[in-house]
Every structure is written in structure tokens, then in C-alpha cells.
Design a protein around this ligand. Structure first.
Ligand SMILES: Nc1ncnc2c1ncn2[C@@H]1O[C@H](COP(=O)(O)OP(=O)(O)OP(=O)(O)O)[C@@H](O)[C@H]1O
Length: 286
């Protein structure tokens, strides 16, 4: 640590200890990100994965990239988690996969066909469901009407599909005439997931499904995600409750500054000292 003067000032050119610590952590992160990018790019081609987002560059404002080359793969039957610090680009990645943000570089493929640049409804037709983090139900519509909106591309299959989806989320049948706006946050999340499942997706994208929920409801959401997955739906979920999410997922991606930082099985990431030190420490306490 640098010696300090009488008034606590530092000699010119000296870096305060906290800043030194911060720059060491930043340096560690940069090294990790460089190495992770190289590893992530060695994932094989589109034909090797159900879904592949490879070296994706994307952003909201012209000239400003939020994702600086992110790579993620999803195999049939997997639950894959995306975790990382606030602002790392987790939601941006999931929105880019769902076509809500244009792909500026790299590609996103589903069953070996590029889906980059396709509109969201085309992705729904191809079997991709998406549940946004907020405003994910129509509050003035009933539960049943919300689910009808989810089946708008196949209205004739509504009754049959409703039965299946309500089998996973009994609340949807029990309170089908209740306005979605009258439900609790956790219940709304069930409606939002149910709606996304009405089109019988093979891939479900969930953006922070437990955000703002009490621990009991968070746990319920995690359990429901597992149950949905057991019906054959592959899941990519962004999560702020990183530790719990890594416990239930097959694999996880830690994003940092719009890039891959760590990838591994949920169990491996939970035990990785670097992940714990750099990413799980503060995140996991939430
Ligand atoms: N609509 C938008 N327009 C411009 N910038 C945006 C927009 N949405 C997000 N951003 C910026 O993109 C960056 C990444 O945001 P993103 O929501 O993907 O982060 P995140 O990793 O999901 O973190 P958090 O958990 O805080 O949501 C942030 O700097 C954010 O300010």
C-alpha cells in the first residue's frame, strides 16, 4: 500500500489502495474475458446445437455496442442460465436472440438456420417462446384472454393447449376469469410463462423470471421452470438470483461487459473460486 501524507493525501502518481484493488480486479476480469472469448468461439458450428448465438455484437444506440462478441449454445433438453453483474448485457443477449434487437455482428441460429433479423412472430412460429422481465401480462384481460393472446397464431388449438398448460400451472384454470392485473407478481409470472407456452415452443427464453418476487415465489418459479423443462422444453434464463439458478440449471454463462467470462455446468460454476470471488459474492446475496 502507498504511504500517505499527514493529511491522508497520497504522493503524486500513487494509486489509493482501493483503486489499486479495483484495477487489479478489472485487470483480472480483462484477462478472463479474453481467454473466455477464445474458448467460447471453439464451440463448433450451427449443426452442433439446437440454438447457437455465436460472437454476437448488438446494441441499442448506433455506434454503441452492448454485446461485444457473446457466444452461447443450447442443446435439446437443457436449462441454461445467463448470470453476471448489473449491466453486463444479459437481458440484451436474450432480447437479441429473440430478434428484438438487431444483430450487428455474429449470428444466431436455430436448428442450424439463421434466425438473426427475423421478427419475433417468426421466431414464435419456429418454436421460440419469450417471457420479458416486466409488463409481461395484459393486466386488463383475464387469465384466459391472456392465454388466448399467446395462442393467436393457432386459435383453434386453444382449448387443447390450455388444458396442457393449466396442467403445469393449475392457477391458470382455477382463476381463468380473474383479471391478470389483480394477481400477485408471482401469479403474473405464471400467466406470462403459460402464455409463452401456448404455442408449444421447443425453446423458452426467460428474462429474470424471479425479479421482484418474494423468496417463496422465487422458489416456485424455479420449480415450475424445471417442470416445464421436463416436458421437453429447452430453456435459456437470465437470472439475478445467480446461486439458486446455477443449482437448477444444466449449464451457465457468466457475462461481463457484454462478453463471455465463464462457462460451465451449474455445479462447476458454483464451486469455481474465481466465479465466486468476481461474480457470485455480491450477486448471490440478493
Ligand atoms: N433500451 C435501451 N436503450 C439503451 N441502452 C440500454 C437499453 N436497455 C439496456 N441498455 C443498456 O445496456 C446495458 C446492458 O443492459 P442489460 O439490461 O442487458 O443488462 P443486464 O446484464 O441484464 O443487467 P440488469 O440485471 O441490470 O438488467 C446497460 O448499460 C443498459 O443501460
Amino acid at each position: 500500500m502507498a504511504d500517505q501524507g499527514e493529511n491522508g493525501e497520497l504522493p503524486a502518481g500513487e494509486i489509493p489502495a482501493e483503486a489499486e484493488d479495483a484495477s487489479t480486479v478489472q485487470g483480472q476480469r480483462e484477462e478472463v474475458l479474453e481467454q473466455a472469448r477464445a474458448e467460447a468461439l471453439a464451440v463448433g458450428g450451427p449443426e452442433d446445437h439446437l440454438l447457437l448465438a455465436k460472437d454476437v455484437v448488438a446494441g441499442y444506440v448506433p455506434g454503441v455496442n452492448i454485446l461485444n462478441g457473446c457466444t452461447l449454445t443450447l442443446s435439446e433438453g437443457e436449462v441454461v442460465a445467463i448470470i453476471g453483474p448489473n449491466g453486463a448485457g444479459k437481458s440484451t443477449l436474450i432480447k437479441t436472440i429473440f430478434g428484438l434487437i438487431p444483430v450487428r455482428g455474429g449470428d444466431v441460429t436455430l436448428r442450424a438456420s439463421s434466425i438473426a433479423g427475423l421478427a419475433a412472430h417468426s421466431l414464435v412460429e419456429r418454436g421460440v417462446g419469450y417471457v420479458p422481465q416486466s409488463q409481461n401480462v395484459f393486466p386488463s384481460l383475464t387469465i384466459e384472454e391472456n392465454l388466448q393472446m399467446g395462442a393467436f397464431l393457432r386459435p383453434r388449438s386453444f382449448a387443447k393447449r390450455f388444458e396442457t398448460v393449466a396442467g403445469l400451472f393449475p392457477l391458470l384454470a382455477d382463476r381463468r376469469r380473474a383479471k391478470a392485473g389483480s394477481l400477485s407478481g408471482g401469479e403474473r409470472q405464471m400467466v406470462a410463462m403459460g402464455r409463452a407456452l401456448m404455442m408449444e415452443p421447443s425453446v423458452l427464453l426467460l428474462d429474470e423470471p424471479t425479479a421482484g418476487l418474494s423468496p417463496i415465489f422465487q422458489e416456485e418459479v424455479f420449480q415450475r421452470v424445471k417442470e416445464v423443462n421436463e416436458t421437453g422444453v429447452s430453456v435459456i434464463m437470465v437470472e439475478q438470483n445467480a446461486r439458486r439458478c446455477l443449482q437448477i440449471c444444466d449449464r451457465g454463462y457468466v457475462l461481463d461487459q457484454g462478453r463471455n467470462a465463464y462457462t460451465g455446468s451449474g455445479a462447476d460454476l458454483l464451486e469455481d473460486p474465481n466465479v465466486i470471488e468476481l461474480y457470485l459474492g455480491t450477486l448471490a446475496k440478493a
